[in-house]
Design a protein around this ligand. Structure first.
Ligand code: ATP
Length: 513
C-alpha cells in the first residue's frame, strides 16, 4: 500500500513540476477537487480528446458531433431523473468527522478481497514454479473461491439495498463487515443519507424573474434534447450516434484522488440510437469497440478489465465499466450503458414534443433505444499519465525519469537542440523548428548541457530530440534521439518530417484497433 501511495504521490508531483496539472487557485490555497491544466497538460488533454473524436466521429459515417451548452432548461433534470435520483449515499464518521461515500467504503472492502486473491496467486506461483497454471488455480483454490464468493455476495447485497433505497441495510452491511474509518480506525458511524450531487445556480438579473438552474452533471442530456434536431437536419438513419465532449459538474462528497474525482470535469460521450430490441447486440459491440480503442494506445492489456454492474441506474437495462489499473488499484475509467428509451421517452413526456423516429424499413414510428459510452477525459489523462511515468536505472547506474506517453498523445513531438549556443548552430536549429512547426508541436531548447536537455524532454514525454552539431554545418545531417530506447541515429534534415510523422500519426495508432 505504501508503495502505491508513493507511486501516486510521484504522479501528482511530477504533474505539477513539469507543467501538466496545477491545483485551481493555488495562490489562495486551492479549491478542493478542482484543477487546472498547464502548458503541457493542456496539450496532452487536447490530444486525448482528438484521438477520441477521430475514432468516434471522423471514422464513423453514422456518428456526428455536437457541442451543447452547459446550462439547460431546468425541466431537463426533472425528466432525466437527476433532481430525484442523482444522489450518492453518504456516511459520516462521528469520531474522525470524516465524510465518506457508503458505497465506496464497501467497494474498497471488496477490493481488499481482490488484493488477497492476488497475493494467493503470487504465493502459489512461487511455490509451483514453471508448472503453475494460474487459471486452474483461480478456479479451484478454496481460499480464492471463498474470497471471490464473499466479494460477489457483498456487492450483490449492496446493489439490491441501494436499488431499493434501503439505506438502513447499507449501514448494517458496513457494520457487519466491521468497516472502519480508513484514517482513524473508528467504527462509530452515522446513518447513511442521500446527497444530491448537482450544483445549483441562477440565471437572470432580478430576483423575481430569475430562474433556478443546474450546472449539467453529465453531457448526455444535451444530446437527448437535441435528438430530433440532429436527426432531422442531418437526415440521420438509425442506427446512428451523436458524440460530444464537454464539461460536467458534480458536487462530489469525497474528492481526494487528484484528477480521478473532480467537481468540475470533462466527459467524452457517445449516445448511439438503435432500433428497440437490438440494444443488447449494440451494447456488446460498443463494449468491445471501446476496449479496442483503449488497447490501441498500448498501455498494457493487463491494465484493463470489464466490471459488469449488479446495481443498475434507473435508466439502464445493462451497464459495465471499463476499469483501469490506476496507481491506487483498478477503478472505473469509462462507463458503457444500455439506457433503453428512458431518456427520450421521459423528455417526450415532460416537453410534450414527439421524440420519435420513423423507420422506413419497418414503416413505423418508435422511440429509439440508446447505448451510451461515457469516458472521463480527466480520468483518461490520469490513466495515460500515471501509466507512462517510469523511473529506470541506466547501464551506468544513474536513474532517469521518463514519461513514456504514446507518441500520438505527447504534448511536444520533437525538441530541437543546438549542441552549442554559437557557430551558427542555433540559427540552423531555429530554421528546422520553423519548418517542422507547421505540422507538429515542437520545442526549441538551448539551455544547459545536452544531456540535461534530453532528460528534461524525457520527463515531459517528448518522443524525439533533434540535435544540431558541427557536422550539420558540413552535411545537413542531425542526430535524432528516441525517447524510449535512447538510441541515436544520424539522419538528413530533409527526412525529419517523415520520421516524426511515422511515429505520431493518428492513423498508425488507430489502425491498431
Ligand atoms: P463514479 O462511480 O466513479 O462516481 P460514475 O459511474 O458516476 O463514476 P458516470 O456517471 O458513468 O460515472 O460518468 C462517466 C464517466 O465520467 C466515468 O466513467 C468517469 O470517467 C467520468 N467521471 C464521472 N465522475 C467524475 C468525476 N467526479 N471526476 C472525473 N471524472 C468523472
Amino acid at each position: 500500500m505504501a508503495n502505491q501511495d508513493d507511486q501516486f504521490k510521484k504522479v501528482v508531483s511530477h504533474a505539477k513540476e513539469y507543467g501538466f496539472v496545477f491545483q485551481s487557485s493555488e495562490i489562495y490555497d486551492g479549491l478542493s477537487a478542482v484543477y487546472d491544466y498547464a502548458q503541457n497538460g493542456v496539450e496532452l488533454k487536447k490530444n486525448i480528446r482528438e484521438y477520441w473524436w477521430k475514432a468516434m466521429v471522423q471514422m464513423h459515417e453514422n456518428i456526428v458531433g455536437l457541442d451543447a451548452s452547459i446550462f439547460m432548461h431546468p425541466t431537463t433534470w426533472k425528466a432525466s431523473g437527476h433532481v430525484d435520483a442523482f444522489n450518492d449515499p453518504l456516511i459520516d464518521n462521528k469520531d474522525s468527522k470524516k465524510r465518506y461515500r457508503a458505497d465506496v467504503l464497501i467497494e474498497d472492502y471488496v477490493a481488499k478481497l481482490d488484493d488477497k486473491i492476488e497475493k494467493e496467486l503470487v504465493k502459489a506461483a512461487k511455490r509451483f514454479g514453471d508448472s503453475f497454471d494460474s487459471v486452474q488455480f483461480l478456479a479451484t483454490n478454496p481460499r480464492v473461491i471463498g474470497y471471490k464468493e464473499k466479494g460477489e455476495a457483498i456487492l450483490k447485497r449492496m446493489g439490491k439495498s441501494l436499488g431499493e433505497e434501503n439505506l438502513t441495510d447499507v449501514k448494517a452491511l458496513i457494520e457487519e463487515l466491521e468497516i472502519a474509518c480508513p484514517l482513524t480506525g473508528s467504527r462509530n458511524w452515522t446513518e447513511v443519507k442521500q446527497f444530491n450531487l448537482m450544483f445549483g445556480t441562477k440565471i437572470g438579473a432580478s430576483a423575481d424573474t430569475s430562474m433556478d438552474l443546474y450546472l449539467r452533471p453529465e453531457t448526455a442530456q444535451g444530446i437527448f434534447v437535441n435528438f430530433s434536431n440532429v436527426q432531422k437536419s442531418g437526415r440521420m438513419k438509425i442506427p446512428f450516434g451523436i458524440a460530444q465532449t464537454g464539461k460536467a459538474f458534480r458536487n462530489e462528497i469525497v474528492a481526494r484522488q487528484f484528477i480521478f474525482r473532480m467537481r468540475e470535469f470533462e466527459q467524452m460521450e457517445l449516445q448511439f440510437f438503435v432500433r428497440p430490441g437490438t440494444q443488447k447486440e449494440w451494447y456488446e459491440k460498443w463494449k468491445q469497440t471501446r476496449l479496442k480503442w483503449h488497447l490501441s494506445l498500448g498501455l498494457g492489456k493487463e491494465n484493463y478489465r470489464f466490471h459488469d454492474h449488479d446495481k443498475l441506474a434507473h435508466y439502464a437495462d445493462a451497464a459495465a465499466d471499463i476499469e483501469f489499473k490506476f496507481p491506487f488499484g483498478f477503478k472505473e475509467l469509462e462507463g458503457i450503458h444500455s439506457r433503453t428509451d428512458f431518456d427520450l421517452a421521459s423528455h417526450e413526456k415532460f416537453s410534450g414534443k414527439k421524440l420519435q423516429y420513423f423507420d422506413p424499413e419497418l414503416n413505423e414510428h418508435y422511440i429509439p433505444y440508446v447505448v451510451e459510452t461515457s469516458l472521463g477525459l480527466d480520468r483518461m489523462f490520469l490513466a495515460v499519465f500515471s501509466n507512462s511515468l517510469q523511473e529506470e536505472e541506466l547501464e551506468n547506474g544513474t536513474m532517469r525519469t521518463v514519461l513514456r506517453l504514446p507518441a500520438v498523445l505527447a504534448p511536444t513531438k520533437a525538441a530541437i537542440l543546438p549542441l552549442l549556443k554559437k557557430d551558427g548552430l542555433p540559427e540552423i536549429a531555429r530554421k528546422i523548428m520553423e519548418d517542422l512547426k507547421w505540422d507538429f508541436n515542437v520545442d526549441y531548447d538551448e539551455k544547459d548541457a545536452v544531456g540535461r536537455r534530453y532528460r528534461r524532454q524525457d520527463a515531459v514525454g517528448t518522443p524525439f530530440c533533434i540535435t544540431v552539431d558541427h557536422e550539420t554545418l558540413a552535411d545537413d545531417t542531425v542526430t535524432i534521439r528516441y525517447r524510449d530506447t535512447m538510441a541515436q541515429k544520424r539522419v538528413k534534415i530533409s527526412e525529419l518530417g517523415d520520421i516524426i510523422r511515422e511515429e505520431v500519426d493518428v492513423k498508425k495508432w488507430l489502425m491498431k484497433m
